[in-house]
Design a protein around this ligand. Structure first.
Ligand code: HEC
Length: 138
């Protein structure tokens, strides 16, 4: 099923033609694919925002957000004391091996090592990060 999704995404992107319309199409496809992966790999623990129940911290505006700063979420000491900012590179390392990246986190290991899948999930996370991220990190 994952392969079918990739193939469909790539085929559609290839058909779009060389223009900024192509880039827009590709961005939209990456967000849609990312949402599918997010629903499969992350959604059971992470709502997009506080309007849904969420076992882990909601991930709205996570790109550029300080780690461990979602209001009122009960983080592990490891995460709240980490002092890192969720840049795309940090999010890749986290998706790849969160427990290796941050020993002591209470998030169960997810091992998303495929860079394309990471790209898709990052595109989706960017789409739910519309706000100036500095506000939520303060
Ligand atoms: C089994 C539940 C579970 C799954 C599945 C899961 N997470 Fe988490 N996630 C958590 C928990 C719990 C935390 C809080 C960890 C802590 O406090 O140490 C967390 C924390 C995070 C954080 C830190 C957020 C912050 O506010 O600092 C990010 C980013 C994150 N997860 C991304 C993801 C992504 C992306 C996926 C899917 C690829 C995913 N998680 C899958 C439970 C989960």
């Amino acid at each position: 099923m994952k392969t079918t999704l990739f193939t469909a995404a790539l085929a559609t992107a290839a058909l779009a033609g060389p223009s900024s319309a192509q880039e827009e199409t590709f961005t939209r496809i990456k967000i849609e694919a990312g949402k599918a992966f997010y629903d499969a790999e992350c959604r059971r623990c992470h709502a997009a925002d506080a309007s849904d129940t969420s076992y882990g911290p909601p991930l709205e505006n996570v790109i550029g957000r300080g780690a461990g700063t979602y209001p009122d979420y009960d983080y592990s000491i490891a995460l709240s004391a980490s002092g890192i900012v969720w840049t795309p590179a940090a999010l890749r390392a986290w998706m790849e091996d969160n427990q290796g990246f941050m020993p002591g986190t209470k998030m169960r290991h997810v091992g998303i090592t495929d860079r394309t899948v990471q790209d898709f999930i990052l595109a989706y996370l960017a789409s739910i990060s519309p706000r100036d991220a500095t506000k939520i990190s303060e």
